[in-house]
Design a protein around this ligand. Structure first.
Ligand SMILES: *Cc1c(COP(=O)(O)O)cnc(C)c1O
Length: 380
């Protein structure tokens, strides 16, 4: 009868009211009923993305929409700037290489944000670069990129700014139009509290010019097909019908509660999780200046294996957090997400479980001190 509390940065917990939506009998997608769902979902996504740009839906996980952004904007031999501050930044570079695109990589130390002035220098030195790829919330490190600062620099160049906001959208503010994010990629299984299976992409007119000029062969992920279909409130192929229907309900929350209260809510959860870690005598991995409100990355104490902490939390106590990724962080951190429908009591449970496991593994601290620190933040 073990429970499984998901505090992982994707997939995230699905609240009961959305499970009920997902359990409904399927309907056909070429119907007025489903057309209404598409319309509401597209309008709702534009609201959350804070954009007037076109939004396309695909039946894929988030990476599918990342790949779509590469193969619709760039042709083999083109140059693109990839900002790499973690696993997901590296994914942009890998996808570019798969398509014969030449990546100019800006390496950012893990846990830090890209320096906009450095990006400016690289753009000045590579005036033929067609795209700049960044990651809004770098889920592997727990950093939020200053998209606004990056957008200010990219907007005055010919390059198109593409933002992976798969774990950021609906959790951390992203003013797509105001900040000049030409393409924003996201998906159903993080901030939107649903299973993986739907990805979405917003595309600006500046980006669409590249789509039309692009010579890369594409079929399913063709933005031109998606644009034609969405103009008729349709999708080119069978969409992930059940998830799109549930997405209608998930999006309602953003409209009823408003974006800023929701972003503040996650900021408070993050503040509680950080305070708890510090009260336990632990340090946080990312720089204070760019810590993400979507997840908290905690350094495990010296001499304790982070993978072991994560596995005991999950397999013995039913609390799932993520471990570290890559040579840099494997075994060294745990990542606790507070996105989607995570609430204060979930964070308290996560911290309490972390305390229990650290105690078992011999780390010295006062039991309950992390929970107390988080409670204090939540009662402010
Ligand atoms: C989860 C995540 C992805 C990957 O998405 P998949 O759905 O696994 O394809 C990409 N980028 C970021 C920042 C993520 O958090």
């Amino acid at each position: 009868m073990k429970k499984n509390l998901l505090l992982t940065p994707g997939p995230t917990q699905i609240p009961p009211y959305l499970c009920a939506e997902l359990g409904k009998p399927i309907i056909h997608h070429r119907t007025p009923q489903f057309q209404q769902a598409i319309k509401e979902v597209i309008d709702g996504l534009k609201f959350v993305m804070q954009t007037k740009n076109d939004v396309f839906l695909f039946a894929s996980s988030g990476t599918g929409a990342m790949e779509a952004s590469v193969c619709n904007l760039l042709s083999a031999g083109d140059k693109a700037i990839c900002v790499e501050g973690g696993k997901f930044g590296e994914r942009w570079t890998e996808i570019c290489k798969a398509y014969g695109v030449m990546p100019v990589v800006i390496k950012v130390a893990w846990g830090k944000d890209v320096n906009p002035q450095e990006l400016k220098k690289v753009l000045d030195a590579n005036k033929d670069a067609k795209v700049v790829f960044i990651t809004h919330c770098e889920t592997s490190t727990g950093v939020t990129t200053n998209v606004k600062a990056v957008g200010e620099i990219v907007k005055d160049t010919n390059a198109v700014l593409v933002v992976d906001s798969i774990s950021g959208l609906g959790v951390v503010d992203l003013k797509t139009d105001e900040w000049h994010a030409d393409v924003v990629v996201s998906a159903s299984h993080k901030g939107f509290m649903l299973p993986p299976g739907v990805s979405f992409v917003s595309v600006s007119p500046k980006a669409y010019k590249l789509v039309e000029a692009c010579k890369t062969p594409r079929y399913y992920f063709d933005f031109r097909k998606a644009k034609k279909a969405i103009e008729k409130i349709d999708t080119p192929f069978t969409p992930a019908i059940g998830i799109i229907i549930a997405l209608q309900e998930s999006i309602k929350r953003f409209k009823t509660e408003g974006l800023d209260p929701i972003f503040n809510y996650y900021a408070k959860l993050a503040k509680g999780a950080r305070a708890a870690a510090k009260a336990l005598g632990l340090t946080l991995f990312p720089d204070e200046s760019c810590m993400s409100n979507a997840l908290t990355t905690i350094n495990v104490p010296a001499g304790i294996d982070g993978e072991k902490v994560m596995k005991i939390m999950r397999d013995t106590y039913g609390v799932s957090v993520a471990g570290g990724q890559g040579d840099e962080l494997k075994g060294k951190v745990i990542r606790m997400a507070h996105m989607g429908c995570v609430d204060e009591y979930d964070v308290l449970t996560g911290i309490s479980c972390l305390e229990k496991v650290l105690k078992e593994l011999g780390y010295q601290f006062t039991l309950g001190s992390g929970v107390a620190a988080a409670q204090k933040v939540f009662n402010e």
